[in-house]
Design a protein around this ligand. Structure first.
Ligand SMILES: *Cc1c(COP(=O)(O)O)cnc(C)c1O
Length: 390
């Protein structure tokens, strides 16, 4: 008999009823150190007092009005985001995959307004853009698309990191290129800064719009507000979600005035998108994460975690191959099966997340403390030892 919850997830056996910072707690009081943060969502950890206050205060005032009326929190958050980034304008969604839908629509609408309409979008193998029709068509992996055809047409998939293929495919017939500056689900794979610069140049030469999916790598995760900032170049359109809501469902599409020029009244919408509750939390997250001192701390702690993980890998060469990633978006490339490492972590009460390419992902709350970092690596060390007894 089918479970009353549609069985699309293989869930781990834990049930958490409370969260405190970097900790998740079961009914019987068992505490797990959370290096997954709800898949890079709980950027400020669980039950952050500032977010709790922002949400509860708004909950007593007004939950929802729809976008038929002005929402002051949207103006505030859009101003914060445009001030802090390349973007001139923002649309709020409820999730990352809705941001993908709009990014694709916006790029095609842009070209439809010209006398040179283009529709084709280049995407890369190993990418992830969510589970909506546009998201799975963009990412293109068989795992996500099988049985769901016919797929949204107009996507060309190139092997990740193949410069020759990119040069050959990125012609003046291409509407847009979509990629994650650091692939998340694909296994924590940063795109080198030089490649992002080269891609920006190619897009400028051909007119193609550059779309960055910073749903996972954005909002301070890599130690800059957005990961592409490390490279010094900027996209035309950017998808944001996960960390921006700190656990409240929230996403956004940021764009330049030029890229957004086709999106006039009536061309897109969302009943919930940017509702007062989401905006209260989003503003509180943004106010905290965009602070230079906060990002300095992320970088400092990321350095400490990475150094300890290098030691972990060196100490367990039969379990781990390497550490990779950027900031507090780190991956342990495994020699044993990655899900076995994640399960061994559960036994030590430390939570990690599997990713593609046999990687274990570490995406702790950006507020994790030095002591918690040390404790987390101790627990991973015991997990690795349990997998491969000396
Ligand atoms: C999680 C993710 C998405 C999809 O976000 P949802 O909120 O699950 O729809 C899209 N792109 C990237 C890079 C992601 O990590």
């Amino acid at each position: 008999m089918i479970p009353s919850i549609l069985p699309t997830y293989n869930r781990a056996p834990m049930t958490f009823v409370k969260g405190e910072g970097a900790w998740l707690i079961e009914e019987d009081g068992t505490r797990y150190l959370d290096l997954g943060a709800g898949i890079a969502v709980n950027a400020l950890g669980h039950a952050h007092p500032k977010l709790v206050a922002a949400l509860t205060e708004q909950a007593g005032l007004l939950w929802h009005t729809s976008n038929l009326y002005n929402i002051p929190g949207q103006q505030e958050l859009a101003d914060r985001l445009t001030e802090a980034t390349f973007a001139d304008t923002v649309f709020f969604t409820n999730s990352g995959t809705e941001a993908c839908e709009l990014a694709v629509k916006m790029a095609r609408k842009y070209w439809s307004e010209t006398d040179d309409p283009r529709t084709e979008i280049i995407a890369f193998t190993g990418s992830f853009h969510g589970r909506s029709a546009a998201g799975i068509a963009a990412a293109g992996s068989e795992k996500m698309t099988k049985g769901f055809g016919p797929l949204l047409p107009g996507f060309t998939h190139l092997p990740f990191g193949d410069h020759d293929a990119l040069h050959a495919a990125l012609t003046d017939r291409i509407a847009a290129v979509i990629l994650e500056p650091v692939q998340g689900e694909g296994g924590i794979v940063p795109v080198p800064d030089q490649c992002l610069k080269g891609l920006r140049d190619l897009c400028d030469e051909t007119g193609a719009l550059l779309i960055f999916d910073e749903v996972q790598c954005g909002m301070g995760r890599t130690g800059r507000l957005f990961a592409h900032e490390w490279s010094g170049i900027a996209p035309d359109i950017m998808m944001v979600a996960k960390g921006i809501g700190g656990g409240f469902p929230l996403g956004a599409v940021l764009a330049t005035e030029e890229a957004a020029c086709g999106m006039t009244a009536g061309t897109h919408g969302s009943t919930y998108g940017g509702n007062p509750l989401a905006m209260a939390v989003g503003n509180a997250v943004m106010e905290t994460v965009a602070e230079p001192a906060f990002l300095d701390e992320v970088n400092r702690k990321a350095g400490a975690l990475r150094q300890k993980l290098e030691g972990l890998v060196a100490g367990h060469p039969e379990v781990f191959e390497a550490v990779r990633g950027s900031g507090l978006m780190l991956g342990l490339k495994c020699k044993v099966t990655n899900t076995d490492v994640v399960s061994a972590g559960y036994a030590q009460h430390v939570l990690t997340v599997p990713a593609g390419d046999n990687v274990v992902r570490l995406l702790p709350p950006l507020t994790i403390t030095d002591d918690e970092i040390a404790e987390a690596v101790n627990r991973l060390d015991r997990a690795a030892a349990a997998l491969a007894p000396a």
